[in-house]
Design a protein around this ligand. Structure first.
Ligand code: SF4
Length: 422
């Protein structure tokens, strides 16, 4: 039996995959170790969403390949040749090939390179797992999506939508709660189209999970605005349940409908505006998180200004800003690219705009007092989340999974600061 080190990067679905890989390793009789210096074999679960991330993965692969190595996650599936250029002996395990984890581990330990990149219809619900955070149950509800966004390499890794059965997901959530989780994340490549391939949808799932009679909070993960018009009414109603964080992550990417068309996003800036308006009308202090790409090949100065205007108008609480990078194998990578210095100028302008807006949004919370679920230890204290999924740091000694009343005393661009009120 071997000592195995597992490391993961990327989105919550990628972390969920690493928890399942660790569970399968442990169930296979091997031992998990905390550090690659103690291991007989290393597994790195990669992300390849951006150039910068892919470069960081290559750097990690180089440093971990001193021992038998398995490169898992999105990078080997989207860019097999790139990975093999830097490590020809490493075994490869795709994001939809987890069923072959143990076989790949055992072959690699015997010095045999194994390539398992084929998508299997294995449901990732109900697999053994070793949680990265005992308070948080990450539940994958599907893999892949129904879109073909021209900038996106994730599509090459995750493929077309495969939704997992609603009943299985609800059972998995019960297991997470019975095993001590206080926060459940429903995650996938695009939650917005969940269930369209199996005759159900996301609001139905959220309602079914929220009906579980236990004390927990539910975070509904990222969704492409494209499918929101079909589920918007029922989805917003499902957020009425106190268990559901008043938080939505809807990546709009651009404020220009022409650019959104060239991105094949399948929605307009108005689709996003209407979602924001809908939830803000129904809920006080609802947290909108969105993603913005600047420097997409067809983005003109006028298009860019439409994005600036959309952010000013909707004032999202969280904006994940990316400079466009041409990902290998994507359609837009073939197009004429915008000069890097111009992309930098645009991202600097939007970054300053976002920092001002998010600080103003956060300062409105100073003086608020209410329940906070503590879900993550930090270097100098602990972080928790309130009903609007706001990140709140306190210096007090608090156990993970505990809920306490907190008063907000200060705010920063990215989070709130508080003290235990009782
Ligand atoms: S919805 Fe678009 S951006 Fe998201 S994973 Fe699918 S193709 Fe990529």
């Amino acid at each position: 039996m071997a000592k195995i080190f597992v490391e993961a990067y990327g989105c919550s679905a990628s972390f969920a995959d690493s928890e399942m890989i660790s569970g399968l390793i442990q169930n296979g009789g091997h031992t998990l170790v905390e550090d690659s210096s103690q291991s007989d074999l290393n597994v790195v679960v990669t992300c390849s969403v951006k150039d910068a991330t892919a470069n960081k993965m290559i750097h990690r692969i180089k440093s971990l390949k001193t021992k038998p190595l398995i490169v898992a996650g999105c990078l080997p599936k989207a860019e097999k040749e790139t990975v093999e250029k830097f490590t020809e002996n490493a075994s490869l395990l795709g994001p939809n090939s987890l069923g072959q984890t143990l076989q790949v581990i055992n072959s690699t330990l015997k010095g045999r390179k194994e390539i398992a990149l084929e998508d299997s219809d294995l449901s990732k619900v109900g697999l053994p797992k070793v949680r990265l955070n005992p308070a948080v149950g990450i539940v994958e509800i599907a893999s892949g999506c129904m879109s073909e966004c021209t900038f996106c390499q994730t599509k090459l890794s995750k493929g077309d939508l495969v939704s997992y059965r609603l009943g299985d997901i609800v059972r998995q959530v019960r297991t997470e709660i019975n095993e001590g989780c206080k926060e459940i994340w429903l995650t996938s490549t695009d939650n917005g189209c969940y269930g369209f391939d199996i005759g159900t949808d996301l609001p139905t799932l959220v309602n079914a999970v929220a009906e579980i009679p236990d004390d927990f909070m539910l975070r509904v993960g990222m969704m492409n605005p494209m499918y929101m018009p079909r589920i918007k009414e029922e989805l917003v109603k499902s957020f009425d349940n106190d268990k559901v964080f008043k938080f939505l992550h809807v990546p709009v990417q651009s404020g220009s409908d022409k650019v959104l068309h060239d991105m094949k996003r399948g929605h307009t800036a108005n689709t996003y505006r209407e979602i924001v308006q809908k939830v803000r009308e129904r809920f006080e202090n609802f947290t909108i998180s969105t993603d913005i790409i600047v420097g997409f090949p067809s983005e003109t100065e006028e298009d860019f200004e439409k994005t600036v205007k959309l952010i000013d108008e909707t004032k999202p609480e969280v904006v994940n800003l990316s400079r466009y990078s041409a990902r290998p194998g994507t359609e837009a990578a073939e197009w004429e690219q915008i000069d890097v210095s111009e992309v930098k100028r645009r991202s600097k302008k939007i970054f300053e705009q976002i920092s001002k807006i998010t600080l103003e949004n956060n300062q409105k919370w100073i003086g608020w007092t209410g329940k906070v679920l503590f879900d993550e230890k930090t270097d100098d204290g602990i972080k928790g989340r309130n009903y609007a999924y706001k990140p709140i740091f306190v210096k007090d000694i608090v156990d993970i999974g505990q809920s306490l009343t907190v008063e907000i005393t200060d705010a920063t661009v990215s989070s709130l600061v508080g003290k235990i009120a009782s």
